[in-house]
Design a protein around this ligand. Structure first.
Ligand code: ADP
Ligand code: MG
Length: 270
């Protein structure tokens, strides 16, 4: 199988992600209890839900890190049929708290994204190095190549994690809370960047986020996960409702109309 390109999907092409009846148990405890989810090519879908709802577990299953026999198709291919290198050319994951290898430079970290293209026991090619330089430039990280990753600020680091995912050349990005460590300005910067890359490169984005207003401004569709099940799904205005957020987050909020989506404002309970 060759890696599909999202640039020009053939008519009737399979969605980027199809999840059907996904069940995951960890240490004997049911974590995902039958999740259904479709993400079309080029779409941005954001999964929200209270802490412990199973959002990260869902992304880990989609990234092939948890077994999910028969429940997941990626660009039409059953997930378990994708070999590791093959999958890495199609799906790139930015974990919730990626491990930052001690002493590693930004350049070498982003170069790890090219591993699926380096032959076993081989070395990265000039094309791989050029791909890394190109991605660093595109993400305004050109001046950071020699810096140790551990010395970067949270926002800079998040851009580097994205750079590694992009260097992988995958068309499906799985982003687990890409903005939770960032201040409000850097949150916007990272989400604008992801959206720009999505439009320019035809990427598909499946993200999890905690900031509900921000989530609603960028997502085409949202999925509310609660206790391992899909409690609601649809455009942001159908998911970000006072009733649903009260029921599933036990939160007292007001939802106000916003320019790009509903704005969720916490208010003290009466
Ligand atoms: P979220 O990302 O929505 O906050 P997670 O997917 O990280 O939720 O976790 C969902 C549930 O699974 C939580 O209750 C968590 O404690 C539990 N969990 C996660 N990893 C394990 C594990 N290895 N063993 C047992 N339970 C786990
Ligand atoms: Mg999580």
């Amino acid at each position: 199988m060759s890696a599909p390109s999202a640039d020009d999907p053939p008519p009737g092409a399979a969605p980027a992600v199809e999840v059907c009846g996904l069940r995951v148990s960890l240490d004997g405890a049911p974590i995902l209890a039958g999740v259904d989810l479709t993400v079309e090519r080029g779409e941005w879908v954001t999964v929200i839900g209270p802490n412990g709802a199973g959002k990260s577990t869902l992304l880990r299953a989609l990234g092939g890190l948890l077994p999910a026999p028969g429940a997941i198709r990626i660009f039409g291919t059953p997930s378990e049929a994708l070999r590791r290198r093959e999958r890495a050319r199609v799906v790139a994951t930015v974990a919730q708290s990626p491990v930052v290898p001690a002493g590693m430079t930004v350049f070498d970290y982003v170069l790890l994204g090219r591993s699926p293209y380096v032959p076993p026991l081989g070395r990265e090619s000039a094309a791989d190095l050029a791909a890394v330089r190109d991605v660093l430039d595109r993400l305004d990280l050109g001046g950071f190549g020699r810096r140790e990753l551990a010395t970067l600020s949270g926002g800079e680091r998040q851009r580097v994690f994205l750079a590694r995912a992009l260097a992988q050349g995958a068309t499906l990005l799985l982003l687990d809370e890409p903005t939770s460590a960032l201040d409000i300005g850097h949150q916007q910067e990272v989400l604008e960047l992801v959206d720009q890359l999505r439009r320019e490169h035809g990427l598909t984005v499946l993200a999890t986020m905690h900031d509900l207003s921000l989530a609603g401004e960028y997502a085409d569709r949202m999925v509310l996960l609660a206790a391992g099940r899909v409690a609601a799904a649809g455009p942001p205005r159908d998911v970000l409702t006072e009733d649903l957020l009260a029921t599933h987050y036990r939160a007292s909020v007001r939802v106000l109309p916003g320019e790009h989506g509903p704005l969720v404002v916490p208010v003290r309970p009466r």
